[in-house]
Each structure stands twice: as C-alpha cells, then as structure tokens.
Design a protein around this ligand. Structure first.
Ligand SMILES: Nc1ncnc2c1ncn2[C@@H]1O[C@H](COP(=O)(O)OP(=O)(O)OP(=O)(O)O)[C@@H](O)[C@H]1O
Length: 367
C-alpha cells in the first residue's frame, strides 16, 4: 500500500531567482496511475525527482502512507524509477541487468532467480534473459528497464517519459502493455510525459502542470469535458480546441470582424447572470462539434458560417479541415467521405451547446 501526499511542495534550484515548482498540493491514492503532463520546462521531472529523493525539496511536506519522507534517503523510500534512457549495463545480460539491484542488496540467489523470472514473465521477455542489451529492440530494452523496477517490489513506481525514445507504433504497443503491467503489479504509479495522448490513454487521473503550477487534476474525461481554464482546454485534445474571442451581447457572440453566433438560451442565462453582458469572452469549441453534413447545417442553421478550407488532412475515417472564418482559424473534424480541397469554400455549423465560454482576463471557464 502506498498513498502519497504532497503538501505545499516547492523547489527553487540553487542560484535561481524564481522557483521551478511553486506550491504543489496533491493526494495520490493507493495503486492509482497518475500522469503528470505539461509543456517542456513546466516542472514535471523536478517533482518526480523530489519524490524519488534525487532532488532536495525546498519547502513543503511529502508523505508516503502518512510518514514524512522529505529527509528519508532514496534507497529507503520503496520507490523504483524508470527513465527515458534505459540506463542498462551493456556488458551484462538481461537477467543480470534485472537482478543487479537485488544482488547489491545481498539477496539470496534463489530469491533473485524467482523475482527475475517472475518480472520477465509479467513483461513477456523470458526468452531474452541471456541476451545483452545491444541485441534487443528499443521496446525490449524498455521492458528490461521496467523489469529492474518490478523486481524490487517497490510500493511506488516512477516513470519519466519512458516511451520517448521509441517510434510511434512501438509507443502505442508498449503503452497498452504498461496498463496491463500496472494492473498486475499494482504499485502506485506516477508517469511523466509531455504527450497528452499518452496521458489520456494511461491515466486514472491526470495532473496538468504549467510553469510549476498545477492547473487541474482529474480523470481524462473530466479534463476533456470540463477544463478549468483555457490552458487545459487547449492542451488536452487533438487538434487543440478552437477559440473565438468576441463580445457577448443580448444572446449573441459578436467578433471584432463581424461574425455573429447565437448563444443557446441556457448558456445566455449563465453569462448574463454572471455579468458578462457587453464584455469580451472567449468561446471554445472542439473540432468534432464543428459540422459539415447537411443534416447538421439544417439542425444548427442559426450558427452556420462560410469557411475557406486552407488544409485538408485525410486521417482514415475522419478528415481534418483547417479552415478560415473571417480572421479566425476554425478546425473541423468531418467524415472522410465529406472531403474538401484546399481553397474550397464550404458551410460549417457550430453546435454551440457543446462549446465552453471562458473569462478573457482570468482565462477560467465560465460554463
Ligand atoms: N538542475 C537544475 N538547475 C537549475 N534549473 C533547473 C534544473 N533542472 C531543471 N531546472 C529548471 O526547472 C524548470 C522545470 O524543469 P523540469 O525538468 O522539471 O521540467 P519538465 O516539465 O520535466 O520539462 P521536460 O518535459 O522538458 O523534461 C525549468 O525551467 C528548468 O530549466
């Protein structure tokens, strides 16, 4: 069992004026799979390294199962870490690479053998135990690195961008395996990535970080459907959420270049009662809620715009249309059968009720 609590955690690196992590508060449940996601330099690795004990904590408290861990040495934290560069010993076999840490701890040979074989079985690398890392593929090397973490029976597993060295196809395969492995070993897991697709597919809960600050914590669905602010709304989801800035007035959203959108009644009520009448707001709508089929044009006839197609990307079942309406870019994910050429003018309907309104100044979501 391993419950983790981070309370007001801060990090300022030596000789730096500004903190890299400002005030980090998070409770992670036992056996949970948590993903830290955010842009490069947002502080993801710093938090992970503080948990592992590789980096000193500048302020705040870090607990595992209620025990304060700030000053506990890394080897006594019951934590195992998997890095993006696998850090395998090239002259050792897979078996020795996996068992090395246990040997250092002077564990009896029989126990080491049991543990290494058990880990190899979980990871599906039993046939490679006699090989050297050089004779393995990237995916197999990554499994060996995970094997080293698994044999230690760690209560907490930390993974720092473990898939970033693999090609796209292998990343998808190993991603699915990581989920299976997590179910088998059941260690509380913290996984760091800057890839929102990895975060969405792996996480029980995602912690989204920007500039050393937690922006939102929630399940993938919560972050996708109820983003707290514009940063989360545009970071989660591919392609990024469309944003249209305009003035809200008498049930309409009116842009500076004269586009007019009818705001559904329920949304209008919330905007009016929150004193947004006459004020600028940001409207966000996902590409799947921008529609091109005739039935949608008829259903949402109040909000049909003429759009010029700039780029059309065929993605298999869907096609992504990067279009221009007035001075705004609008991305629509449409059925691939409904393919359009760049340069074409088409009609698009916005299903406004699926969109979100954000406060332009604070960037927080209004509804
Ligand atoms: N040893 C260090 N000394 C000084 N500043 C550092 C050090 N390590 C990281 N930083 C700074 O702290 C901030 C957070 O870095 P961190 O590596 O935690 O971000 P990250 O979100 O993991 O980024 P990436 O996805 O690029 O790995 C960055 O501004 C970085 O430049």
């Amino acid at each position: 069992m391993a419950e983790i609590r981070l309370e007001h955690i801060k990090k300022t690196y030596p000789h730096m004026d500004t903190p890299s992590v400002t005030d980090y508060n998070l409770a992670i449940h036992d056996k949970e799979f948590i993903v830290f996601v955010g842009p490069s330099g947002s502080g993801k690795s710093t938090v992970l390294r503080m948990i592992a004990g590789l980096e000193e904590i500048s302020g705040g408290e870090f607990y595992i199962d209620g025990k304060l861990m700030n000053d506990v040495s890394p080897k006594d934290r019951y934590i195992a870490m998997v890095f993006q560069n696998y850090a395998l010993y090239p002259h050792m076999t897979v078996y020795d690479n996996i068992g090395f840490g246990l040997k250092l701890r002077k564990m009896p040979k029989d126990d080491i053998e049991k543990r290494v074989h058990n880990a190899a079985k979980i990871l599906g690398i039993e046939d490679y135990l006699d090989r050297k890392p050089a004779d393995l593929s990237g995916g197999q090397r990554q499994r060996v690195a995970m094997g080293r973490a698994i044999v230690r029976d760690a209560k907490v597993l930390l993974m720092d961008e473990p898939l970033s060295n693999l090609d796209a196809k292998l990343r998808v395969e190993i991603r699915a395996e990581i989920t299976k492995i997590h179910k088998k070993i059941n260690a509380t897991t913290i996984y760091v990535t800057h890839d929102q697709t990895e975060a969405m597919t792996l996480a029980d809960r995602i912690v989204i970080i920007d500039r050393g600050d937690i922006q939102q914590v929630g399940t993938p669905q919560e972050l996708y459907n109820e983003p707290k602010n514009i940063f989360v709304a545009t970071f989660i989801g591919m392609p990024s959420m469309n944003l249209i800035t305009g003035k809200y007035e008498a049930g309409m959203l009116i842009t500076e270049d004269g586009l007019r959108f009818m705001v559904p009644d329920g949304m209008s009520k919330v905007l009016s009662s929150n004193h947004y009448s006459g004020k600028n707001v940001v409207f966000g709508i996902r590409s799947e809620d921008v529609l091109s089929e005739q039935i949608a044009l008829d259903t949402y006839s109040d909000n049909v715009v003429t759009a010029k197609v700039n780029i059309a990307e065929l993605m298999g079942a869907d096609s992504m249309l990067y279009t221009e309406i007035g001075t705004h870019e609008l991305i629509a994910r449409v059925n691939a059968r409904d393919y359009h050429q760049p340069g074409e003018e088409i009609k698009l309907a916005l299903n406004m009720s699926k969109g979100h309104f954000f406060d332009q100044e604070t960037t927080t979501r209004i509804l």
